[in-house]
Ligand binder design. Structure first.
Ligand SMILES: [Zn+2]
Length: 477
């Protein structure tokens, strides 16, 4: 696939820019582990797709996370949750297809359902290798793995879904460290080929596109040599991993004819989600990170703008956006808006975002851009000031969409956090502020806006410096 060049004057900076459109722009929204998508019904997902298309996505990928489920294909399965999730997956793919999105499936090939995890068939786990994994070098285990995939392919075809692409993951979850499976990357590649052959029976023309999440350079080299020799032309593209802190994919060798693409993590703000262990920078390690919606919506305008420019310069032809929930809504708009060529720069996307969801007129849209962007580093924002500006904007806003209300929650959470951080003793006043903080986070945001059925105990994951001290204090009571 070739990138298309567009020339258009930017409405924000006034410059005329040439930009390459990425032909492939896939939104990957796995519902798993109790995240936001786990609780969305098919009408809510329809809204997600309609908006995704508006910003420029043209493909949709999903994954059936067997780690959370027993086998839904067992006749008369008693696992309602598993059966419901499978029905929802079919419905979501049907909706996406009807709206014109390409339907693509993410695979974690040797991970099986909870009721299939038998010790005598289990994979050897080590390091990056974890999960509910069977060893594909054991014939009985391999048969279970292949049957599981066939059930999904057949079920989707029967439901009228036409899959265009498979995206197998090597790790997370996946792998086997046993002698027979070594080197894992080649055992995995052969297994993926068998799975691909089954998929073709139900979805003619389906293609294999690999995801480079957690791959080493050595694994890329082994795969390239093997694919060029044994399976030329099979791997159509690689959505390569962008290391944390980076904004580009690496120059690893790819099989002949395989396109370079990127797997772009849109579920965290500007700073990488984890502390750089080896940096030696103690302050950097202590600095909290804004990831996975624990503190409300996230935005990474600078990171994504830079990433898209780098990927474009690197000849990438597509992106797979990794989304863990609707808290990453702004980042979805940014990535799709920039890679589709619909917008020139991040500010132009944010301007359009404010008009569309905050009911802002052209004047206030510009102010919204300036209000939104700094939240990429939320702990540097003066949340008190930001909350006051927000109140002024709200008078101008014609409606309160969930997109607007989640930013209200974020500003309030960070404002309360700043108040809590001023003290060190657990006075009744300070404890009351913490209760207010949880009420905004769990009731107003997670339950009312995001649809969590009941507040889950996510408190320990909330990246606020006072959490441990508070938890110790209330646990001792
Ligand atoms: Zn093995």
């Amino acid at each position: 696939m070739k990138s298309v060049m567009l020339t258009k004057k930017c409405t924000k900076c006034g410059l005329t820019k040439d930009r390459a459109v990425f032909p492939v722009r896939v939104l990957y929204t796995p519902g798993h582990g109790g995240n936001n998508y786990t609780f969305m019904d098919k009408n809510q997902m329809r809204d997600i797709f309609v908006e995704a298309i508006h910003w420029g996505f043209n493909g949709y990928a999903d994954w059936f996370d067997s780690r959370d489920h027993s086998d839904p294909f067992v006749p008369n399965s008693k696992d309602d949750f598993s059966v419901t999730q499978w029905k929802l997956m079919k419905a979501n793919f049907r909706t996406a297809h009807a709206l014109g999105l390409k339907c693509e499936l993410v695979l974690t090939p040797n991970q099986v359902y909870v009721d299939q995890d038998r010790p005598e068939l289990a994979a050897a786990e080590k390091g990056r290798i974890f999960g509910q994994l069977l060893c594909p070098s054991k014939p009985q285990a391999r048969a279970i793995i292949l049957r599981n995939h066939e059930n999904i392919f057949a079920g989707l075809a029967k439901a009228g879904v036409k899959l265009s692409a498979l995206h197998p993951f090597l790790y997370d979850n996946g792998g086997c460290a046993c002698e027979k499976c070594r080197p894992w990357v080649l055992t995995w590649a052969k297994l993926c080929r068998e799975i691909d052959a089954i998929a073709r029976r139900y979805h003619p023309g389906i293609e294999t596109h690999m995801v480079g999440w957690w791959w080493t350079d050595e694994e890329h080299k082994l795969l390239k040599d093997w694919a060029d020799r044994e399976a030329p032309g099979w791997v159509k593209s690689f959505s390569l991993h962008i290391p944390y802190g980076g904004t580009d994919v690496s120059n690893v060798p790819l099989p002949k004819g395989c396109e370079r693409r990127a797997f772009v993590h849109i579920s965290f703000a500007e700073d990488e989600p984890f502390h750089p262990d080896s940096s030696g920078d103690e302050n950097a390690k202590k600095r909290p990170r804004d990831t996975y919606g624990w503190l409300g919506p996230v935005i990474a305008a600078t990171r994504l703008e830079r990433t898209v420019a780098n990927l474009r310069a690197h000849g990438c032809t597509g992106v797979v956006a990794y989304s863990e929930g609707i808290f990453g809504d702004v980042n979805k708009a940014l990535l799709a808006g920039l890679t589709s060529g619909k917008y020139n720069c991040a500010d132009e996307v944010l301007f359009a975002y404010a008009e569309r969801y905050f009911g802002a007129d052209p004047d206030t849209s510009l102010q919204w851009v300036n209000w939104l962007r700094p939240w990429g580093w939320p702990f540097n924002v003066n949340a008190q000031e930001a909350s006051e500006i927000l109140k002024k904007f709200q008078k101008d806003a014609s409606h309160g969409t969930w997109q607007l209300r989640q930013w209200q929650c974020k500003a309030e959470l960070l404002r309360l956090n700043a108040v809590i951080m001023r003290d060190t003793d657990w006075s009744p006043e300070r404890l009351a502020k913490v209760e207010q903080f949880w009420a905004v986070k769990e009731q107003r945001m997670e339950h009312d806006l995001w649809g969590y059925p009941e507040p889950e105990d996510h408190r320990h994951r909330t990246p606020v410096p006072w959490y441990k001290s508070w938890d110790r204090y209330v646990s001792d009571k």
